[in-house]
Design a protein around this ligand. Sequence first.
Ligand code: C2O
Ligand code: CU
Ligand code: CU
Length: 477
Amino acid sequence: MGSGALALSSLISSCRTNQMNGYDEFINTLEQPPLINNQNFTLAASSENYSIGENYQISGFQFNQSYPSPTIKCQHGDRIKAIFENQIGQDSIIHWHGLIVPPDMDGHPKDAISGGAYEYDFLINQRAGTYWYHPHPDRITGDQVYKGLAGFFIVEDEEEKALDLPNGEFEIPLLIQDRRSTSSGEIVYDPSMHEQMMTGFLGDKVLINGTPAAFKDVKKGRYRVRLLNGSNARIYNIAFQNQLPFTLIGGDGGLLPKALEVDQLLLAPGERADILIDFSKFSQERASLVSLPFDIPSSGGMMNGMGNMMGGSSPEQGASFKLMEFKIIDERVGSIPELPKELSVSTFPEEKDAALRRQIDLNMQMMKGHTINGKQFEMNRVDLQVKQGQIEIWEFINDTPTPHPMHIHAIQFKVLDRSGSRGILPHETGWKDTVLVMPGEHVRVIMKFDAPKGMYVFHCHNLEHEDSGMMANYEIT
Ligand code: C2O
Ligand code: CU
Ligand code: CU
């Protein structure tokens, strides 16, 4: 971004900070998800009525009777044996987002169970990274994620440990999710037709690790913050309110080749980012994490204004939010080693080695909603086949007025380029499994299909779009 653009964006955000959506006061201690630090575990999903902070209640779901869902932490090379118990009274299955596992371990919607247990057994043979898990049944994923089922799945490895990154109390996972409540404080999931077809379900307040109006005490030192946008539809432009720069070290698929200084970070549903932030650089006692306003590029369609006219009671996509606060306590912590210039070594596939190029059209059809290459999801129809071991370039083309964060299972890809003015963003310089395609954009990604043979899905991670059919099957042969 040129300095002109930077100045302009700070100008826009500073004029609008006064009208940010969200809480006036941050009064609840940030919840930390319980930790599962074991290769053998059970995730039991059950229906629970629970309260969220003092003011909200939900008739929702929990994994292992916890909200937020447990964080799973494991090592490269681990063999995971997990049992999913489904006690929620509707079809469900767990998907490990970002992990590369065999087709029957991946949580394909056709493997959903209506009760009983599903056994997972797979090897972690991929790099360290901030991955996550959530249900993946056909048509009701949005409902189940919204009502409480989503957690971190963190993989560690030797390459990352060699960097001596902040850990223990200095490593903070932040699951970011927006929610909407009735006047009596009941958190509900009731997307209108328009929300299903167009915007997705947008909330009017943001929960961090399930905590409304969250604050966290931090010391004057450097922290590693793992950000996960686990919202159904909302995109955040994450920044500190004073726009103090922070260091971006990782994306969806782990460490970036190089650390990058940024002052904002556009994170769409499904995407992750790993940042370092040094609270000794803040002069004030509180540092607010916010989402700065951003524009949705217009694709020139007649439906552009419709989102605003029919968007329901929540602030529109692109609106600014206060997310949470860090309360900086006056205690200095010892300095940590400087980061090396190169964080990690990755050999990305190269364009010249691509055996095939495909166009993936993201369209919108009246009365039908969003489609991929003109079709809505069908559980057993193979939409495209790829050869195992082959390198392909997929070009996502967004011909609709709404943003689509496109996610491919069983792969990590590299973003090659994006049409228009946004270019490749800092968190897109490493491995990715989800990429935001704004209206009118063409985004090309390159990847090598090394996962075991079989059928996987790719889809829009706006969960209302996914649930209304914006998903397709691909088969590795
Ligand atoms: Cu995070 Cu197929 O999903
Ligand atoms: Cu996934
Ligand atoms: Cu979409």
